[in-house]
Design a protein around this ligand. Structure first.
Ligand SMILES: [Zn+2]
Length: 161
């Protein structure tokens, strides 16, 4: 994905107030992020472990989404973005307020996402024995494509488009 700056990150949010967007600060420096290896960029808030943020590129523009994790204990389940079958231990149900008028009325959309937001890393791992002796490059390319499609679909649901 395209590198984000503090300003483009702040401006990307579609379901926050201005204040919430200003307070959405990743716990690491944006200059140190390897953007070329990311399809989605996300983090958990430093002081509130139930508050998350994810940025998904859509039609060339970053779409920033504020997420709330359900307080329930995390069950072992598959992340709806990267669909990884190995790393199923830190997947949370996140709920996002929809953008615009729908969100102001209280409409939300939910999805299962890795709480560490390492989905881009997961899809770059080599296929294991269960996944067969497929061509690893093709396997990884297909998974990257699926991650992009799943993430875009989630962003569109939040945007209501
Ligand atoms: Zn994931």
């Amino acid at each position: 994905m395209q590198p984000l700056t503090p300003k483009s990150l702040r401006d990307s949010f579609v379901n926050t107030s201005k204040r919430e967007a200003a307070e959405a600060i990743p716990p690491f420096r944006l200059e140190t992020v390897e953007w070329e290896k990311l399809e989605v960029f996300g983090w958990i808030d430093r002081s509130n472990p139930l508050l998350g943020f994810i940025v998904i590129p859509l039609d060339g523009e970053p779409v920033g989404i504020m997420l709330r994790a359900s307080g329930n204990k995390t069950k072992k389940t598959m992340c709806a973005l990267c669909e990884d079958i190995v790393d199923v231990s830190d997947v949370k149900l996140f709920v996002a307020k929809r953008a615009g008028a729908a969100g102001r009325k209280g409409d939300t959309v939910g999805t299962l996402i890795h709480g560490h937001f390492g989905c881009s890393k997961q899809v770059r791992r080599k296929p294991n024995s269960i996944e067969g002796k497929r061509d690893p490059e093709k396997f990884i390319a297909d998974r990257i494509e699926a991650l992009v499609a799943n993430a875009e679909q989630f962003a569109r649901r939040v945007l209501g488009s």
